[in-house]
Design a protein around this ligand. Structure first.
Ligand code: LLP
Length: 386
């Protein structure tokens, strides 16, 4: 699942820490798992999970399309040569520029409210995002399909919006649903897809059902796929999916080095990565598996219980809690797993911290796919402005 300890150690010694390491074999394996479960469904990678150009190019070469939610993401898709039916333009507050770029690329739009029918460029292809009004088992910030959420149109509105699209000269391809992220309980998907399937009586057959993404690591992919396929069949539609996390999370590991230790009533291991490199523990209470890359087992070594604390001047800057680690020492390396999705993508320059380097291991070949930033990179846009 993850790269061996000696491989990770070599990477840290060669490229420094903090460092994001990606395993190309795991990326390919995740895509193969998706294709095995979802058969001939079209796969649109939600690039928000990790927009690194090298990863996008690798997925593009394997026939994957992209779900984009900003001008920047559309620019990335265009930059790597994606176009036409390989691009979806999504988002609750699209700008005029995003409509224009999407149209120029020949993309398909996912509309999020009825007013967008009038905002779309002439003769667009569009899907209607439906909010199934469901509570799902994930962190509140990651739930997008509950009643009162800002996303999509209501089940009641959906058939009317499809008609409005047709009346305005657009191609109404079908419906879209995305109930949230990091959802492990397949029943949540079953419930959502059934609510959409119930619309069949009001919509008639459709060309496309886009079942979104949101599959948590360890979720029953085949169970989710079975339900999604059944829902698509209800409409006589082709199935599309938009995985983000599932495709890239396990391929990525964040390497960090121990700076020192401290005991204040709790035991802290202080490391050189924190909320600026991996925000998920602080923002969602996410628990990423952490493994020590040192071996200090012996009769004198006592395992201790440690919190992993980053360098930021914020109390919430913890990457893990209550970890069992054998006698951590300055210079030791730790691997933080399942960090390929929403890790580097959500890193920041807070505290003028330079974003880490990112490297891809493909067989025996290592490639730097993002250079470590410098302070000068960070303040470049502030110079020469006065
Ligand atoms: N499709 C739509 C319309 C989405 O909004 C998203 C994610 C996806 C697909 C991909 O979802 P995934 O398969 O990755 O769960 N920053 C959060 C995740 C936010 C996801 C937002 N939308 C995190 O770190 O967990």
């Amino acid at each position: 699942m993850s790269l061996p300890a000696d491989v990770l150690q070599t990477a840290a010694h060669t490229y420094g820490t903090p460092l994001y390491v990606y395993d190309a074999a795991e990326l390919d394996a995740a895509l193969a798992r998706v294709r095995a479960a979802f058969g001939d469904a079209r796969v649109y990678y939600a690039m928000k999970a990790n927009p690194n150009l090298s990863l996008l190019r690798r997925l593009h070469a394997q026939g994957v399309g992209f779900e984009c939610v900003s001008a920047g993401e559309l620019a990335r898709a265009a930059h790597i040569g994606a176009a036409g039916d390989r691009i979806l333009v999504n988002g609750p507050a699209k700008t005029p520029g995003e409509y224009a770029t999407g149209a120029a690329l020949g993309a398909t739009f996912i509309i999020d409210r009825e007013e967008e029918v009038q905002l779309l460029p002439p003769a667009s292809r569009a899907l209607v995002r439906v909010n199934p009004a469901l509570n799902v088992s994930t962190h509140d910030h990651l739930a997008t399909g509950a009643a009162g959420s800002k996303f999509g149109v209501t089940l009641d509105q959906a058939p009317r919006v499809l008609d409005a699209l047709r009346a305005a000269g657009h191609t109404a391809l079908g419906l879209h649903v995305h109930i949230g992220s990091a959802i492990r309980d397949a029943h949540d998907f079953t419930a959502a897809f059934q609510r959409l399937g119930d619309l069949r009586a009001h919509t008639g057959p459709l060309d496309v059902l886009d079942a979104g993404g949101g599959w948590g690591l360890g979720a029953d992919l085949h169970g989710i796929a079975r339900e999604a396929r059944a829902a698509a069949a209800t409409f006589g539609a082709q199935l599309w999916v938009e995985p983000g996390r599932y495709l890239v999370a396990q391929a990525g590991t964040l390497l960090t080095r121990v700076v020192g230790t401290k005991r204040t009533g709790r035991n802290f291991v202080l490391v050189d990565a924190g909320m600026t490199e991996l925000l998920r523990p602080m923002l969602y209470g996410a628990q990423h598996p952490v493994t020590p890359l040192w071996d200090r087992s012996g009769p004198d070594t006592q395992d201790g219980t440690w919190d992993l604390a980053g360098p930021a001047c914020e109390s919430g800057d913890l990457l893990g809690r209550d970890l069992t680690l054998p006698d951590p020492q300055p210079g030791d390396l730790l691997a933080i797993h399942e960090a390929g999705a929403y890790g580097a993508a959500m890193s920041s320059n807070y505290l003028t911290r330079a974003r880490p380097a990112e490297v891809l291991r493909d067989g025996d070949t290592w490639t730097v796919i993002r250079q470590r930033e410098t302070p000068q990179d960070i303040w470049r846009a502030e110079e020469g402005v006065e």
